[in-house]
Design a protein around this ligand. Structure first.
Ligand code: NAD
Ligand code: AKB
Length: 315
């Protein structure tokens, strides 16, 4: 793993994961790509390529130009946006993924990493302490693309030896880049609303319980899996990873420990139905056993750190 190409680097996870790569591997070894422009110049110290993941030629040109040996593909349409435009979700999440896989095989890349999601689960899955291997019949197009993505990764690992890796991320909580059209976005929005307005109207319902992870843990898990010894891995792109689980009510109570006047009310929309069939918690024993996963951030410390970081922005 000497030259990494990060596609979708301007998004919620990409903007922080790429910085962690820079720190670990050196900016000169991290090529950054997105379909969007780097308007805020956050990648002034990296080579930035404008790449559309659905355009195989643009990815191939970057692989050849920079002698890429590892691709992290974060380009995706998330659950809520995907329900509004399922064709686009398929195009980016699957056609784009297949481009990355085919080029990974053609150029014999060291490894390819593509995130999956708790969205792979659905009404027929066990929704508490959800096992890694269970029924996967999701109720969103996003979830369908994530199941297909996991299966393609597994298939090409067995058929072509492509080293495909991925985590089923829970909802990711962070304070650098806003989330991009998901069902778990409330768990970021709520902090900005709490700091600015002392109140928040939630699009889920008070009892919607979902697994979540704070960005430092998300980055650490990703680096751990990326660097894990392949001979110790029994899976490819479908690792469950857990950190904490809560409902909007529990999160609001935790925020009130810092902002006593904070209030929350509820106006559930279609995203409540998506959340209803996602797990409340996941069994991540495979990640723990195979590559040593253990979360460090719980709800208490996450809430304190999120509020501190957002207050420092002076919005
Ligand atoms: P995001 O929406 O914040 O970022 C996606 C990035 O991809 C954006 O910068 C966007 O400009 C870029 N992009 C979109 N279409 C593109 C295209 N055609 N070509 C190139 N780039 C394109 O998403 P994220 O939250 O950072 O998610 C990254 C990955 O992690 C996705 O696969 C997502 O499904 C997965 N994931 C995220 C979460 C979460 O809570 N953030 C949870 C589970 C899984
Ligand atoms: C979403 O809500 O769509 C994402 C996810 C959990 O995959 N945050």
């Amino acid at each position: 793993m000497e030259k990494i190409l990060v596609i979708g680097a301007l998004g919620q996870i990409g903007s922080e994961l790429t910085m962690a790569f820079n720190e670990k591997y050196g900016n000169e070894n991290v090529i950054v790509a997105d379909i969007a422009e780097d308007k805020n110049n956050i990648y002034a110290g990296n080579v930035f390529e404008k790449i559309d993941v659905t355009d195989s030629a643009s990815i191939e040109a970057a692989i050849k130009r920079h002698r890429i040996d590892t691709i992290i593909n974060l380009a995706a349409i998330l659950s809520a946006t995907g329900e509004k435009n399922p064709d686009l979700a398929w195009k980016i999440n699957i056609d784009g993924l297949l481009n990355v896989i085919r080029l990974g095989i053609k150029y014999k890349l060291d490894r390819v990493m593509v995130p999956s999601s708790i969205a792979v689960f659905g009404p027929q899955s066990v929704l508490y302490n959800t096992p890694q291997e269970t029924v996967l019949v999701p109720n969103t197009m996003y979830g369908v693309t994530k199941v297909v993505g996991e299966l393609l990764g597994d298939y090409y690992f067995k058929k072509s030896g492509l080293d495909f890796r991925g985590i089923r991320y829970p909802g990711v909580i962070s304070n650098k880049t806003m989330p991009g059209g998901g069902t778990t976005d409330y768990a970021v929005e709520i902090f900005y609303a709490a700091v600015k307005h002392k109140k928040y109207t939630c699009f889920l319902s008070p009892e919607s319980c979902l697994p979540m992870i704070y960005m430092p843990d998300c980055i650490r898990a990703t680096l751990m899996l990326l660097e894990a010894d392949r001979s110790k891995l029994r899976h490819c792109g479908n690792y469950n990873v857990g950190a904490m689980s809560f409902t909007p009510e529990i999160l609001a109570d935790e925020i009130r420990k810092h902002i006593p006047e904070f209030t929350i009310d509820y106006r559930p929309d279609f995203r409540r139905e998506i959340a209803r069939y996602w797990p409340a918690s996941v069994d991540d024993s495979s990640a723990r056993a195979e590559w040593g996963w253990k979360p460090e951030w719980d709800i208490e410390h996450t809430v304190a750190d999120m509020l501190r970081a957002i207050r420092e922005k002076n919005l």
